[in-house]
Design a protein around this ligand. Structure first.
Ligand code: TRP
Ligand code: SF4
Length: 333
């Protein structure tokens, strides 16, 4: 039996993270380090499932570096947790292939994220690449290669975890008890709406604020935020409940100041520009220490590479052990 419960989670390397990624996932990853053995992975092979040109693959290395800098800045600790790149531990690809032998195609075709992705990409069941169909099998391989018990993820990943448990059950039935059934670990997180005030903060919608943004650029960007649309003039009382700037204040502004903002907005006593300046300054205060750390790590030559090599070594040790067991159980010894 493992002494401490083991956590595994993965993030696609999309480059610099924004405050939605930070508050929605990364902050939680940092906190989990106090109670679990944590393994965190930059899933570069998963990134390839939706790639359509060589230009895009050229960004992967840079995107990993930028993302891992954000990880370290936020407090992921390579002394306590295993931080590594998915493709650096090729055992995951062997396990993916072997798991694909025990995964019925129907299970994969029914996954809601799969259908959604196929539609989004303008593909059909005929044209979609085989890798995308197997996305959740690779994700299952990620998790169970390390025999992780719990997987911190967002609501959208719950179907993938259900499938992972089904694959595990099937494997264990066919070849004997080998893997624990991984549980999704959902955490309450505030919905971080983007600067457009319309949708969840996301890089593809360009409504985001990067963690690594300078204070000055943060201020500029916050000043573009959409507010209460009815408030076309300072004399018109506002409705903070429908204002995105206010919702960000709730995350970044000390609660002692919130009531005043509310009163001044509904009483037409504060302008939106001032309100945004105050928000930007609070975001900058909040992220200041994190940004300083990021800069420190960025300035150390080879540091990220070193961290990832160390992680790779630790991850591979576990991966090799699991694969020896799996190969033997499946008759490949
Ligand atoms: N599919 C996950 C996402 O899009 C990323 C991911 C890949 C992952 N492998 C994982 C998450 C393993 C948790 C565990 O967010
Ligand atoms: Fe939003 Fe602030 Fe303007 Fe009120 S004053 S509408 S909370 S930006």
């Amino acid at each position: 039996m493992q002494q401490t419960r083991r956590i595994f989670s993965g993030m696609r390397p999309t480059g610099r993270l924004h405050i939605g990624n930070y508050l929605g996932a990364l902050k939680n990853w940092v906190e989990l380090q106090d109670s679990y053995q944590c393994i965190y992975c930059a899933v570069d092979i998963h990134a390839l499932t939706t790639i359509s040109s060589a230009e895009e693959t050229g960004d992967i290395a840079v995107n990993i570096e930028e993302m891992v800098l954000d990880w370290l800045a936020a407090g992921l600790d390579p002394e306590r947790s295993i931080l590594f790149v998915q493709s650096h531990v090729p055992e995951v690809m062997s396990l993916h292939t072997l798991l694909s032998m025990v995964t019925p195609l129907g299970w994969l075709m029914r996954v809601p994220t799969f259908k959604e992705k196929v539609r989004q990409m303008g593909e059909t069941d005929e044209t979609v690449n085989y890798g995308l169909v197997g996305y959740p099998v690779l994700q299952t391989a990620d998790i169970i290669l390390y025999k992780a018990d719990a997987v911190p993820v967002g609501e959208d990943q719950v179907p993938h975890l259900e499938l992972a448990r089904e694959i595990v059950r099937r494997f264990n039935n066919m070849f004997g008890e080998t893997f624990p059934e991984p549980q999704a670990k959902l955490t309450e997180v505030p919905l971080i709406v983007g600067l457009d005030g319309q949708q969840k903060m996301s890089k593809s919608l360009d409504n985001h604020i990067d963690i690594a943004l300078s204070p000055e650029d943060t201020r500029k960007r916050v000043l573009t935020a959409y507010t209460d649309p009815k408030r076309t003039h300072r004399n018109i009382p506002g409705t903070p409940e429908v204002c995105n700037v206010y919702s960000l204040h709730k995350t970044f502004t000390p609660s002692a100041d919130l009531n005043e903002i509310y009163q001044e907005c509904t009483g037409a006593l504060r302008g939106c520009v001032d309100c945004k300046r105050q928000l930007a300054s609070n975001i900058n205060k909040h992220l200041g220490p994190l940004r300083d750390r990021r800069e420190e790590y960025r300035a150390r030559p080879g540091y990220v590479k070193e961290v990832l090599e160390h992680g790779e070594e630790q991850a591979r040790r576990i991966a090799r052990e699991t694969m020896a067991e799996v190969n033997e159980k499946m008759g490949l010894a």
